[in-house]
Design a protein. Structure first.
Lengths: 167, 329
């Protein structure tokens, strides 16, 4: 993941002045072509799907952020054929989405909404310690996966934390 | 961590370059990344590609050559290669007869190969894939990602590669690959973990009197931890799981006693001594035995046993000529 996002950073100068959708699409394509493993295609697809929702936008509001996250989750579920409760990144991202959407619907501002998403994702990461993996490589060890924190959920939390810092 | 490397970030590329330099008249590396292809491109026949994370040497680059693969894509250690790398490999070897990708059953490998195949299809390359899942340690259920692809993959390369050399169609080559997959089973164990260069420490710790049964090839623990037993008892445990899974009675089999990278041949032969007797007692006829490092997990000490149930078609293809760095027939 570090390799992937470092590659994204090197492309940022060339992306100056482009719309948010293009930025996210380039981020997604860069992750797909540099990360490999499962995280590459999953996060890559997520960013590309979010980018498609925010095509041509130069700025976005809370509603659009919620829509972009919804599209990203759809991409991850489609590509990974996964759902919540399987000890994956979805166990952080899905509760984060729910919390963000509820906050936005209740009229909270973007910073507050993202803060709630981070809080929910953090709880989601903790939740992954309590469950057995049924997707990905951790599923091979069955019950022995209980007690371990899921790295995919953890990386999703890191991304949300960065988003919160930047708002 | 103590390893004979130059820099962690160069491990994969230097390994591929070294492999190619060991057979410069037969192999070449693509400029775009860690992809090995035959020096002389095959024409008019189905091309075969495999790949996956690095750390399983000689898989898969060592199986590129006449009678086996046309190309192999190496990702980072234990990490699937990216779709664009796989796509470049497909493009480099593609013929008008099509390309078959041999993918081990891991979530990442399948996603990346599927994306690459979609890219190839957009360019009108006739590409398809099969998924190898020979590891009986993992239950194939709704609650797992399914069985892993392990050492049995080498036999898919061998047999599908042999059929491809005859000029068979993509459908025929895919069918024989699936026939091998349906008839091959593997189970492995380890007495030490391996250390991924980027991680710098072993994936797990084992006491002197412990072993992991049902080990994979990515440094993850096995399905259970047990007290270390004599070689014959370990081999018996693994074999029992394999012959429970499909019926080999009265059949001929190809056997692989596969080292995980850090196992002395001495120990592999000790295991084979028992395997051979076990099979004879069960009325299973050994057609051929391969003993050595075919699908490794860096420097892990351990082994796996693979049995492939053979019929006349598979025997003929198994015996066909192969000339690759890691397997010659």
């Amino acid at each position: 993941m570090a390799k992937g996002f470092n590659a994204v950073v090197t492309k940022l100068d060339a992306m100056a002045g482009k719309d948010i959708g293009s930025l996210l699409k380039t981020t997604g394509m860069t992750l797909v072509s540099t990360v490999g493993g499962s995280a590459g295609p999953l996060y890559g697809t997520a960013f590309m799907k979010a980018g498609a929702v925010l095509k041509d936008k130069m700025e976005i509001g809370s509603q659009e952020l919620v829509q972009a996250l919804e599209a990203a989750i759809g991409g991850i579920k489609m590509r990974g054929k996964a759902t919540t409760g399987e000890k994956t990144m979805l166990d952080a991202i899905c509760p984060a989405y729910d919390a963000m959407k509820a906050a936005v619907d209740a009229g909270e501002d973007m910073k507050q909404a993202v803060a709630r998403a981070v809080e929910a994702a953090r709880a989601g990461v903790e939740y992954t310690k309590t469950i057995k993996a049924t997707k990905g490589r951790a599923s091979y060890i069955g019950d022995r996966s209980i007690g371990h924190q899921d790295p995919g959920a953890t990386s999703a939390l890191y991304m949300l934390e960065v988003l919160l810092e930047q708002i | 961590m103590k390893k004979i490397i130059n820099a962690v970030e160069n491990v994969e590329e230097e390994m591929i370059l070294g492999l190619v330099k060991s057979a410069p008249d037969k192999l070449r590396k693509l400029e775009c990344g860690n992809v090995v292809v035959r020096a002389r491109k095959k024409e008019g026949k189905v091309a075969l590609i495999s790949g996956g994370g690095s750390g399983h040497e000689p898989a898969h680059g060592g199986y590129v050559g006449e009678g086996m693969l046309d190309g192999a894509v190496a990702g980072a250690v234990f990490t699937s290669p990216t779709p664009d790398q796989i796509y470049e490999a497909i493009k480099a070897v593609a013929t008008d007869k099509g390309v078959l990708c041999i993918v081990k059953n891991y979530t990442g490998d399948i996603m990346n190969f599927e994306m690459a195949i979609d890219m190839a299809k957009d360019e009108d390359i006739n590409a398809d894939y099969v998924v190898v899942n020979d590891d009986v340690a993992v239950k194939d259920s709704l609650y797992t990602t399914g069985r892993r692809g392990v050492a049995g993959t080498v036999l898919v390369h061998k047999i599908a590669g042999a059929l491809a050399e005859t000029g068979a169609s993509l459908e025929e080559v895919k069918a024989v690959a699936e026939k091998v997959i349906a008839n091959v089973r593997t189970m492995g164990m380890a007495i030490t973990a391996c250390t991924m260069p980027a991680a710098g420490k072993p994936g797990f710790e084992l006491a002197d009197d412990e072993m992991e049964i049902g080990i994979g090839i990515h440094g993850e623990p096995g399905t259970s931890r047990e007290t270390l037993k004599p070689a014959n008892e370990i081999a018996d445990e693994l074999l029992s799981r394999i012959v429970e899974d499909i019926d080999y009675t009265g059949k001929e089999v190809a056997v692989i006693i596969n080292g995980m990278g850090g196992t002395p041949l001495m120990e592999l032969y000790i295991v084979n001594n028992y395997v051979s007797d076990f099979l004879a007692e069960k009325g299973i006829k050994i057609y051929d035995t391969m003993v050595g490092n075919y699908m490794t997990s860096i420097e892990m000490a351990g082994f796996s046993i693979t049995l492939l149930r053979l019929d006349d078609e598979l025997k003929k293809l198994y015996d066909a000529k192969a000339d690759t760095p890691a397997l010659k027939k």
